[in-house]
Design a protein around this ligand. Structure first.
Ligand code: AHR
Length: 311
């Protein structure tokens, strides 16, 4: 016991001296708010100092935040990149300053030697799981699908679309008839769903695929206001598994969601600790799980557990 305590001491002592910067996208969704909460908890639990910057959905704010972290000489940077492209220059600046950068929950189109590791789910797989759920649920019946995309140019919007399309391809009974961004927000999910209902007519939409739960929850409101039953008249599958999605499934207003853990920071900080302690280089991709939840799960109980965790 003494030996293992001594073995842990060098990093434990070093951790309290560490300062890291975290460039968060904003607070567009319940999932994003949960990730911010969990990241702050994980950082505090390790005795690390945190410099937090909320980019309010703007890439230019994230680039400024990174430059500010570099100028302040932080020991490492965490970033959830709002869009996939346009990062090379600032990542090179961090590399020149010997500051390791870890990506959280979204990927970038940049050479992978510009960051230490990326902690993300398999975003294409999430879309495939959603698509496969619908393939199975429809069992060959015709279904006209509307799609609410995430933020344009973001890796989850690109990859979740690809995964879903891959899963339904070859199933001629399934067709995406409308697809538009709702920017990952509840309010835009509602507005865009209203426009889908108006353009298609509620009876002509059989299912909604939303790239996140918040847009699905906004759409549920629009569907109810149109006099239809969400989850029955229009099947709904989305991604994140936030508490409100579990509640909607428990209330039979939504059908399925795929879990994205908000705890990306835990694995990221463990990898950083090992890297700083003895140079252990983590894999370029630390993959988090993507579990499907449906009405077969005890969604009321899961809702309560997740609420209790502050999600
Ligand atoms: O990058 C992860 C996505 O971003 C989540 O699915 C969504 O809710 C968030 O805004």
């Amino acid at each position: 016991l003494l030996a293992s305590a001594i073995a842990l001491m060098p990093f434990a002592a070093a951790a309290s001296d560490l300062t890291i910067g975290f460039s968060q996208i904003g607070s567009e969704s319940g999932w994003r708010a949960a990730e911010t909460t969990v990241t702050k908890q994980e950082v505090a639990a390790r005795g690390i100092q945190l410099k937090f910057a909320d980019a309010q959905q703007k890439q230019e704010n994230q680039i400024s935040a990174l430059r500010s972290f570099i100028a302040q000489g932080v020991d490492a940077i965490l970033i959830a990149p709002v869009v996939a492209t346009g990062w090379d220059e600032v990542l090179e600046e961090a590399q020149d300053a010997d500051i390791p950068v870890i990506l959280l929950d979204r990927t970038v189109d940049a050479p992978d030697d510009l960051y230490l590791t990326a902690v993300t789910s398999d975003l294409v797989h999430e879309g495939s799981v959603a698509g496969q759920w619908l393939v199975d649920d429809m069992a060959g019946a015709d279904c006209r699908i509307v799609e609410l995309q995430g933020t344009t140019g973001s890796s989850p919007a690109i990859d979740r679309k690809t995964g879903f399309e891959n899963a339904i391809s070859g199933h001629d009974n399934l067709e995406i008839v409308r697809s538009q961004t709702g920017d990952f927000t509840r309010s835009q999910g509602k507005v865009v769903m209203e426009s889908f209902l108006k353009a298609e007519g509620g009876d002509n939409i059989c299912a909604l695929y939303a790239h996140n739960d918040d847009m699905a929850v906004g759409a549920i409101q629009a569907i109810k206001e149109a006099g239809l039953k969400p989850g029955t008249d229009i099947k709904i599958v989305a991604i994140d598994a936030v508490p409100d999605a579990h509640l909607a499934i428990a209330n039979s207003e939504m059908n399925a969601t795929i879990e994205l853990t908000p705890n990306m920071a835990g694995p990221a900080l463990d990898a950083l600790a090992a890297y700083l302690a003895d140079g252990t280089v983590p894999p370029k991709w630390i993959q988090t799980e993507s579990r499907l939840y449906t009405a077969a799960d005890d969604n009321q109980a899961i809702y309560e557990v997740k609420k209790g965790l502050g999600y």
